[in-house]
Write a protein that binds this ligand. Structure first.
Ligand code: ATP
Ligand code: MG
Length: 361
């Protein structure tokens, strides 16, 4: 389900690693690795973060293509990139699971799934691009589970056209949470993992089993709402930099003399916690509380994952072990190389890293 490659033919001679480009409402982040295929030898080649002005992309919808082209051209100038792998907003994704008969010939699978689109995606199937992944299954049983990811053609078209106009060749499109899953979920981790991308204006939520994304949704609040709450508590004219300081050094740790900031942050974060709890309940219910589908870890990424104390706060309130993601988990061996992006700044790059890693898998 990871790629929408079939939309445009890719030259088969393509072996050159592409740059992973994560486009969100507020920023474009990019990552590329050198061409090495093994984690031990791989090195980070290019990386960066370009601000996207307000109003250009809103909740994943491109509102001002001209301005997005300008941002992508800036990216092109910085990197000289030609081939890119671009993220798609989870706000716009439709994910569902369905069953097909075991041993269905590969060439029939898409046709069968097209029928299933009607009942699972609220737009006419002729206006939809979709991709699918067959889930690993035990040998018994006469059917297999398939995870399907769909987007309105128009959504992908906007990102595609903007890339082309900027002189770039997109070779794949992928839901951001799927890319994040590829970057941060340890290869040997079983069960379901909840991925939380705690960004600036929103918090992305994904649930993956065996590295395959099966659920996504978006919570409409992020680091900005923490900043707002803090301003109310400690003063309106405090700079964003100082707010980041407070978030990262005091955060959710109750201090002796700073309980105002603590209360403010706790209030803002508890809103997100409640939303996560709701989604978790929904997921467990939808899967009949099956053990195999039980969420047994939460992995946090996004810049706001830096908030001090947030892993233990979520672990305790949601009763699921929560950790900050190692964004290099599947990309680099930290014994062989020290990545030039420090840990604090790394959390925002998880999606871009996952996109760039597609070449490796
Ligand atoms: N050390 C840090 N470095 C960068 N951002 C930080 C740091 N600590 C906290 N943050 C917060 O992280 C947020 C930015 O996160 P991120 O870069 O993941 O957002 P984004 O991808 O641009 O936005 P979104 O995904 O919401 O569209 C800001 O709200 C910022 O205050
Ligand atoms: Mg982001």
């Amino acid at each position: 389900m990871s790629v929408f490659l079939r939309i445009m033919p890719t030259p088969t001679f393509l072996t050159m690693p592409a740059v992973g480009v994560d486009i969100s409402d507020t920023s474009l982040k990019y990552i590329s690795f050198d061409s090495s295929w093994s984690k031990k030898e791989r090195k980070l080649k290019q990386w960066g973060d370009i601000t996207i002005p307000n109003g250009v992309v809103e909740r994943g919808q491109v509102q001002d293509k001209g301005q997005l082209v300008a941002v992508l051209k800036e990216f092109k100038t910085e990197t000289k990139a030609e081939f890119v792998r671009v993220s798609l907003p989870e706000e716009r994704a439709y994910l569902f699971e369905t069953e097909i008969k075991k041993n269905t010939p590969l060439k029939e699978v898409r046709g069968l799934l097209e029928f299933k689109l009607e009942e699972n995606v609220p737009i006419p199937s002729r206006d939809v691009h979709f991709d699918y992944t067959i889930l690993p299954q035990s040998s018994e049983g006469r059917s297999v589970q398939v995870a399907v990811a769909a987007y309105a053609k128009e959504t992908i078209q906007q990102y595609y056209e903007a890339s082309i106009e900027a002189g770039l060749h997109p070779i794949s499109f992928e839901i951001e949470a799927q890319a994040m899953a590829r970057a941060v979920i340890p290869r040997d981790l079983g069960g379901a993992v909840m991925l939380v991308d705690f960004g600036r204006t929103r918090t992305g939520v994904g649930i993956a089993c065996g590295g395959i994304l099966l659920y996504t949704s978006t919570i409409d609040t992020g680091g900005d709402s923490l900043s707002q709450a803090l301003r109310k508590a400690v003063g309106q004219d405090i700079s964003e930099r100082d707010l980041t300081m407070i978030k990262n050094t005091q955060g959710l740790i109750r201090g002796v003399d700073s309980s105002d900031a603590y209360e403010a942050l706790l209030g803002a974060v508890s809103v997100i916690k409640d939303e996560l709890a709701t989604r978790m309940q929904y997921w467990h219910l939808r899967n009949g509380n099956s053990d195999a589908r039980r969420i047994n870890s939460i992995v946090l990424c996004g810049g706001s994952a830096n908030l001090k104390g947030i892993p233990s706060y979520l672990s305790e309130t949601l009763m699921v072990p929560t950790v900050r993601g190692n964004v290099w988990e599947n990309a680099l061996s930290l014994e062989e190389t020290i990545p030039p992006i420090d840990r604090q700044h790394s959390f925002g790059y998880a999606t871009a890293i996952g996109l760039a890693l597609r070449d490796a898998s």
